[in-house]
Design a protein. Structure first.
Length: 257
């Protein structure tokens, strides 16, 4: 792909399985009138179909998605647009991306970093046919090891640190993410994909909209086509239905037969 700088419009596709991440990125991209969003995809299969059919100039592509992740999407493309990967990997890994002149955005997306990425997009003459192998290598070599133990919650000018061991589950709803504890629910500023990469092993993604603390599960009920109803040990005894795409990981992590 070439000549993006001379185009009046850059036809752009957003790919992310989290509504809150798409919503925030769309709002931030409103500052760039040359970016024309032509579609959205919430999973890898839909992304492959839209990219091959609509042939966008630019794709903001999430890495962590169920079934087909961002890396695997590129394997199924007949046409390679300019790719801006969206990732939750640590800052030291991102520096490796920069050394290889790869475009990326770190979740949660910051306005200043997006401006740099847009500048790279406008000045780019190619999407880079070897981008997939380079990023796979960088991710393998620089996978983050830091695990978070607290989550900051803002209330006005005050910040309260919630210990992750006190959290029953995370829920994404209405373009926001909430933590649920025995004290109730609280709004947080981080999307689930970002949290998923940094939470301890006791946390498990069971649905596009839920990450649960497996130590806070009260009951597990088998449901339709390999899915489960997870009854949580919170004041509401919340019932969370798992998604089929996460079933294999759920069975492995919870030792279900």
């Amino acid at each position: 792909m070439s000549g993006l700088l001379s185009q009046k419009e850059i036809r752009t596709l957003l790919v992310d399985d989290e509504d809150i991440a798409v919503y925030r990125l769309k709002k931030t991209l409103e500052a760039y009138p040359q970016i024309k969003i032509i579609g959205e995809a919430k999973d890898g299969k839909t992304a492959v179909r839209l990219i091959n059919d609509q042939r966008p100039d630019l794709v903001f592509l999430d890495i962590q998605m169920p079934e087909i992740n961002g890396f695997e999407v590129l394997n199924y493309l007949d046409y390679l647009p300019l790719i801006v990967f969206v990732t939750a990997y640590e800052e030291y890994a991102i520096k490796a991306f920069e050394k290889n002149s790869l475009d990326y955005l770190l979740k949660p997306v910051e306005d200043e970093r997006l401006a740099i990425t847009i500048k790279r997009v406008l000045e780019s003459d190619t999407g880079g046919d070897d981008i997939l192998q380079k990023i796979k290598m960088l991710i393998t070599e620089n996978k983050p090891k830091d695990i978070i133990t607290t989550i900051p919650v803002k209330t006005g000018n005050k910040i309260t640190l919630i210990h992750v061991s006190d959290i029953c589950f995370f829920e994404a709803k209405d373009k926001y993410v909430y933590i649920h504890t025995h004290e109730g629910e609280k709004l947080v500023d981080y999307p689930l994909g970002y949290l998923q990469e940094r939470l301890p092993e006791q946390f498990l993604r069971v649905h596009r909209g839920f990450i649960i603390n497996k130590l806070k599960i009260r009951e597990i009920h088998k449901y339709f086509k390999g899915t489960y109803i997870l009854v949580m040990n919170d004041p509401k005894s919340s019932k969370i239905k798992s998604a089929y795409s996460y079933s294999e990981e759920i069975r492995a992590k919870l030792l279900l037969v």
